[in-house]
Ligand binder design. Sequence first.
Ligand code: HDD
Length: 721
Amino acid sequence: MATQDFPGNINKKQEDLEPNKEESSGEFMTTNQGVKVNDDTNSLKVGDRGPSLLEDFILREKITHFDHERIPERVVHARGAAAHGYFQVYESMAKYTKAKFLQDPNVQTPVFVRFSTVAGSRGSTDLARDVRGFAVKFYTEEGNFDLVGNNMPVFFIQDAIKFPDLIHAVKPEPHNEIPQAATAHDTFWDFISLSPESMHMIMWAMSDRAIPRSLRMMEGFGVHTFRFVNEEGVSYFVKFHWKPLLGVHSVAWDEAQKISGKDPDFHRRDLFEAIENGHFPEFEFGVQIVPKDDEHKYDFDLLDPTKIIPEEIVPVVRIGKMVLNKNPDNFFAETEQVAFHPGHIVPGIDFTNDPLLQGRLFSYTDTQLIRLGGPNFHEIPINRPVVPIHNNQRDGYMRQEINVGKSSYHPNSTGGGCPFQAKMSEGGFTSYPERVDAHKVRGRSKSFLDFFSQAKLFFNSQSEYEQQHIIRALRFELGKVTIPAIRERMVGLLSHVNSRLAAEVAAGLGVDIDEPLAPVNHMFGADANTVEFQPVEKQAPIDNAPSLSMANTIKNTIKSRKIAVLIADGVDEAAVAKVKAELAQAEAQAVLIGPRNGSIVTSTNTNIQADMSLLTTASVLFDAVYIPGGDEHVNALIADPDAVHFVNEAYSHCKPIAANGEGITFLQATYVGTKLGSNSPEATLGLVLSENANSTFIQQFIDAIAQHRFWDREKRDKVPS
Ligand code: HDD
């Protein structure tokens, strides 16, 4: 039985939030005590020009509330955007887990998902080179399950005790609070250069995965190995994945930096607008399942969060789908106050002994206590489960619940023994009875000492252009490091991943690689420099994992893509209308960009409206560009340096560009013109030209947009942009 009918955007969580919503339309203004206010713009004074009176409770209340509006931002993942939606399993997973939300394909479980960057402050840019948080709160019939993951499947460190150090190193430097939302600085790379265990994650973070085109176009990962437990008590290891149905796509680094200036809210806006336009983000939920007895079957440790299980070894089975179909009503109340915790699990799911996960289990409640101000943060509407809460916890700041009766302890007889404990058969959570028999040690397992084999596997699995992007990212990042020894140590570490990678990065940095430094391992305490705790050189069991390359992602849709159409007076209206309509058919959005806002007079003397002007937008905010025909229009574009720049920049970021009729003459006047007729196949990739804006031309353009980018153009040259 379905918990809710989803059409109409109402699910159980939405209904639960409803009583807390406030809508002022048609209402009188009141104080917080409900007293109607007759003047909200003048304080109470002694005469018109006299001092304000302390008795002005309206003034005092308003200013006091304002003074206390801010709460601490999250210590990491401060910048984020979120959405509501639902999750539905494709078929029962009873064989592996008893978790109720994974049993019935007819049940839709409400979710709230928050995407984030890690390092920047709340007001920082969306397009920082950074890991993206991917946190999902499932409001299940058995309580809340939070899957607090990232868009990369591994992590920088193996033990939570290093997390404060990692974050201190990546955050702006403490003496001058520079740089904001960036890893390209001394302290981050100093830490990394002394932490060889980070090398696999560094490959991901330097890849284009760190600069997604959209929050809707990135994968998500639970990172740690978790457990499934079925009704019989049999346990399986499980890795969680989210697979976006729009594919995994990124922007160029130069583009990311420019978007950060032109629209620092780019990802947040993209998510919000997509949902408002009915292009609901969809992610399939995937699991990699490993039977308990196979725990030691692999050449890496399942408990090591710097390792993946390659999909080529254990396939990802897609078991359900999440659809995000409603924007929050209020950013602060929902997106800011939502409190995730990897320790929020439900029967059928359990932890493993991954030392990073174990530390996280402490950190998340602790952080909410300071961030949200006390132990009752679970009562904030966005955080409360859709099932009732009954226990003997009481009081504390801002308590909302009015617990009735005189018993607040267990066992009791005054309350008839209630609330009762639930047996496992009644749904009571029972931890998986893993047997652990060992000495207490402050140390790390030697099975965690292979730091390079999966970094190698990742680099080797990338396409040529992706490898080049990693090399350039490292040149950029390390090029901003001011201490030569840090760069040298990094080149030393890179040489353990791939010699060409190290050589090319070194060449860009002017580092002599004849003698790369051996990896220094400062991570393992007193034992670090003993022979037995040195990094182990291993070969991954496979040389290449195609699933790791974004070149192999889905490229069959242009749904929700934004296409710039450059127009000026004299534009061919029929062409604009036809292209716009056919792009809309393919669920993409054409945005008309004029030399000014407002009406543009077409070649047939009609008027069309420019959606934006060249002053208010930029090519970096679009996926592709189209230049229609029209003599006068083309002459105007040729004479407009901003229009020429728009196209040059789109070309340099390898985007599809289409032109028809006189639009081609305009292209000839840009840098792209030097490529037209070129016999280099790469140079003209993604250029779609035709005399007429007929359907074949438009289909070719659509096919080109679906390809996302023509990165091979970069092989030829780099355009000034
Ligand atoms: Fe964390 C927030 C993901 C390791 C301590 N983390 C936070 C968020 C995400 C992650 C997505 C934002 C949640 C939101 O949107 O509110 N964190 C991860 C992943 C990790 C990881 C995938 C490794 C696999 N985190 C990690 C460690 C620690 C923390 C090892 C501490 C020992 N993380 C926190 C935190 C945050 C947080 C300080 C800040 C705000 C919050 O929790 O609610 O407790």
